[in-house]
Write a protein that binds this ligand. Structure first.
Ligand SMILES: [Zn+2]
Length: 210
């Protein structure tokens, strides 16, 4: 596993040329992966899938907070939403209750029965995430402190938007809890690959997700 130090195309998504190719039929959209960009620094022991994104739109992902009764967690969730929202591909939102028929991830604060600090359980269908639930294990996190808690809050939301673990120790999306609370350029590039390469010719969605 010599993936540490993988080449990063830092900032690539900020400079995507949005000039449309004549007749390409693709809506103007910053969520376009530069040609040749691939997922970087991946830990394939883990797996996640993106949500389906319609051309020219960000994938709106609601995070339902009605079961989150702790203001410190709500603050951390707001920070997490702000960071992931910097991707041009997704629009995470904190909502008390998810609107009917919209993408929804529910959240709870739980007592852990293991060493886990958090978990994302995905609902998946046809190679996309279609829903899910985040558990934050508050007893374990209370012992680890506020920086580690913020790390886990952002990390689990990272899984919920479609990212698997990263191979490099010490980065936000590494499997082990740490005190890194920064989404970095590789995370944003990986979202570009997951969302910017979705097939634009696949036609209308089936629309029958339950
Ligand atoms: Zn994880």
């Amino acid at each position: 596993m010599a993936l540490a130090g993988a080449v990063t195309l830092a900032g690539a998504w900020l400079v995507v040329d949005t000039q449309p190719a004549a007749g390409a039929g693709i809506a103007l959209d910053e969520c376009v992966a530069p040609e040749g960009l691939e997922l970087q620094d991946q830990d394939y022991d883990d797996d996640q899938l993106p949500w389906q994104r319609a051309d020219g739109t960000e994938a709106v992902i609601n995070f339902e907070t009605k079961a989150v009764t702790d203001d410190a967690y709500l603050d951390d969730l707001a920070t997490a939403v702000e960071m992931w929202d910097s991707s041009p591909c997704i629009q995470p939102k904190l909502v008390e209750n998810c609107p009917d028929d919209e993408n929804c991830v529910t959240i709870s604060l739980d007592e852990g029965d293991s060493d886990d600090d958090g978990n994302f359980d995905a609902i998946e269908e046809d190679d996309f995430t279609t829903g899910g639930h985040i558990s934050y294990y508050v007893d374990n996190l209370a012992e680890e402190g506020p920086e580690a808690t913020l790390n886990v809050v952002i990390h689990e939301m990272g899984h919920a938007v479609g990212l698997r673990h990263r191979a490099t120790e010490g980065v936000l999306m590494h499997a082990d809890t740490n005190e890194n609370t920064q989404v970095d350029e590789i995370d944003y590039d990986n979202l570009l690959v997951l969302y910017g390469n979705q097939d634009s010719d696949s036609g209308p969605h089936e629309g029958n997700a339950n």
